[in-house]
Design a protein around this ligand. Structure first.
Ligand code: ATP
Length: 360
């Protein structure tokens, strides 16, 4: 098993820059998820690591060895695609054995190894079937088995769950987490699905327009987003983000917008923004807006209540501004009602309106 290192890896297609100087260290045994919106360069980055695409510049190292120019089949990596790419005319056993046949291993050894991997992924009963006679989840497991069979240095996966229905996807997520734990292998996993990223990753690298926006543990990205982009990307419904000013009053910093005047607490001077009054983008997650009839910090008018089953989303407006609170059901508020809300000071995020970067 092995760690991966990317050094300023870039890929340009004609005029477009798909991947822009990405540097990343992926430790041995890590489950790193490359996350980001469609077109941000996730697949291109993974394909360069796999050797299916040539970087325009930069270096890729596997276990300290430069593999930037090594042919795909020479890299000690296994790729699992969204489409599974199984051979339809081969049985499950033959599909799993394929990478070993191509390496001219002994028959008896291959049979043993296929049985071992099939047992790990609970495919023993299906070895004689062809892919057409399998469910989506079973095909996905065969594709994984085929990747596992040659015990690669790292697994590269490109949206392997996107063809599964919601229930199976959630079950397979749990299987992948267990598999990762059992194998102790390095997993590099591409998805645009934040739930997959939050639940499976030991670390997430969030990409935006070919660049790494933030790398860290899922909770780190969720609790302390480095930028407005990260804040808005992670979380469903997304963080409420609105223009405001941070103003010092009586030694206390307050966030002020139309209909909002809420304290941020008292700060040591080095934590204060440079000026007494600073324009900011303020952010509050829907679950951190606490509805409270008596609160004066935030006052608004309810515009919509969405029932999620266990919780409700209460949308309310303050002039032009629209906010969303996620509260336990029943919230007991109706459309048209005047409501108050509070936020704990440490739940307010502040970003620079120019750079989008976090201020506090
Ligand atoms: P998705 O989640 O939609 O698959 P992605 O984040 O994986 O998106 P990439 O497929 O890596 O994104 O594409 C990144 C950018 O590079 C996109 O703008 C895409 O149009 C462009 N691109 C990718 N492959 C090629 C190619 N072979 N030729 C030209 N442009 C390409």
């Amino acid at each position: 098993m092995a760690g991966l290192r990317l050094e300023a890896v870039s890929k340009r297609f004609g005029g477009t820059s798909a991947v822009d100087e990405v540097s990343l260290d992926i430790a041995d045994g890590e489950f790193l998820v490359l996350l980001g919106p469609s077109g941000c360069g996730k697949s291109t980055l993974l394909r360069m690591i796999a050797g299916l695409e040539e970087p325009s510049s930069g270096r890729i190292l596997l276990d300290g060895n430069d593999i930037t120019d090594a042919p795909a089949q020479r890299r000690d990596l296994a790729m699992v695609f969204q489409s599974y790419a199984l051979y339809p005319h081969l049985t499950v056993a033959q599909n799993i054995a394929f990478p070993l046949r191509a390496r001219r291993r002994r028959r008896a050894w291959i049979r043993e190894r296929v049985a071992e991997v099939a047992a790990t992924l609970q495919l023993d009963e299906l070895l004689g079937r062809r892919p057409a006679a399998l469910s989506g989840g079973q095909r996905q497991r065969v594709a994984l088995a085929r990747a596992m069979v040659r015990d690669p240095g790292a697994f590269l996966m490109d949206e392997p769950l996107s063809n599964l229905d919601a229930k199976l996807r959630s079950a397979t997520r749990a299987e992948l987490i267990a598999l990762h734990r059992r194998l102790g292998a390095t997993f590099l996993y591409v998805t645009h699905d934040q739930v997959e990223a939050m639940t499976m990753a030991t670390r997430i690298a969030l990409l935006n327009a070919g660049r790494v926006e933030q790398v860290g543990a899922p909770e780190e990205l969720y609790d302390r987003p480095r930028s407005v982009f990260v804040a808005g990307f992670l979380g469903s419904p997304p963080m409420n983000l609105f223009p405001a000013v941070a103003r010092e009053r009586d030694g206390e910093l307050r966030v002020i917008a139309d209909g909002i005047d809420t304290a941020l607490g008292i700060f040591a001077s080095e934590d204060d923004p440079d000026t007494d009054e600073q324009p900011v983008v303020a952010g509050v997650r829907p679950e951190h807006l606490l509805l409270d009839a008596d609160a004066t910090d935030i006052r608004g008018t309810v515009t919509m209540v969405e029932n999620l089953g266990s919780e409700e989303l209460v949308h309310f407006s303050i002039g032009e501004l629209s906010l969303c609170a996620r509260v336990a059901r029943p919230a007991g508020v109706a459309v048209g009602a005047q409501i108050g809300a509070r936020v704990a000071p440490d739940r307010i995020h502040l970003f620079d309106p120019e750079s989008g970067l976090r201020l506090r």
